[in-house]
Design a protein around this ligand. Structure first.
Ligand SMILES: O=P(O)(O)OC[C@H]1O[C@H](OP(=O)(O)OP(=O)(O)O)[C@H](O)[C@@H]1O
Ligand code: HPA
Length: 179
């Protein structure tokens, strides 16, 4: 399959991870999750927007009963503190005593997951882990344990398969990196 470069806004992107390779890595992580959560009825919490495609393909590969719900993080600047605060929106499920697996498209600096996990942990889940399609180990700024990474990548900006560049590129079946 030929994958010519794509232009999004002002930038050019070249093929990085073809769909076949993405789906293979999703199958492997789904097999691990199916094994580890057998009989535990895990609750996947997919972080919108970027994770929708990964979440859909992962769910199709799960071979043990599981549930999914979607959450968003709202960022706002706290007047009292210096940094921005990320608050969970849309969590309607009671996660107390549930086996929760957060689904992310990418863990880059780790700010998002680092903000999310303590808020979820406060609600008393039986267990709490993270599955992500992509992780950039060189970019990570937090001491996080990401138990289920599908693929590790270098510190390049990527788009496609749910990931966007200023709103565009999420529809691409393959993942591209900036040239
Ligand atoms: O590890 P980090 O440096 O925090 O980056 C990762 C986060 O950034 C992106 O979300 P974004 O806030 O762009 O929202 P989106 O999913 O709607 O694109 C991505 O989907 C992750 O949630
Ligand atoms: O490399 C990336 N691409 C798209 N969105 C992102 N959010 C964090 N890192 C990235």
């Amino acid at each position: 399959m030929h994958h010519p470069p794509v232009t999004i806004h002002d930038k050019q992107f070249s093929i990085y991870l073809p769909e076949r390779k993405i789906l293979h890595s999703v199958e492997i992580v789904a097999a691990r999750l199916s094994h580890d959560y057998r009989g535990k009825r895990p609750l996947f919490l997919a972080v919108l927007n970027g994770s929708f495609m990964f979440a859909a393909d992962l769910m199709k590969e799960m071979s043990t009963p599981c549930e999914i719900s979607f959450i968003r993080l709202a960022s706002y600047t706290d007047m009292q503190s210096t940094g921005s605060v990320k608050e969970i929106m849309g969590l309607n499920e009671d996660i107390k005593d549930r086996h929760v697996v957060v689904l992310e498209d990418i863990v880059d600096t780790g700010h998002t997951v680092a903000a999310l996990l303590p808020q979820l942990r406060q609600q008393g889940p039986a267990s709490l882990e993270v599955a992500t399609l992509l992780i950039k180990p060189e970019s990570l700024q937090h001491n996080l344990v990401i138990k289920y990474p599908a693929m590790s990548i270098a510190n390049d900006f990527v788009v496609g398969y749910g990931l966007d560049y200023n709103g565009l590129g999420r529809n691409l079946r393959d993942i591209y990196k900036v040239m």
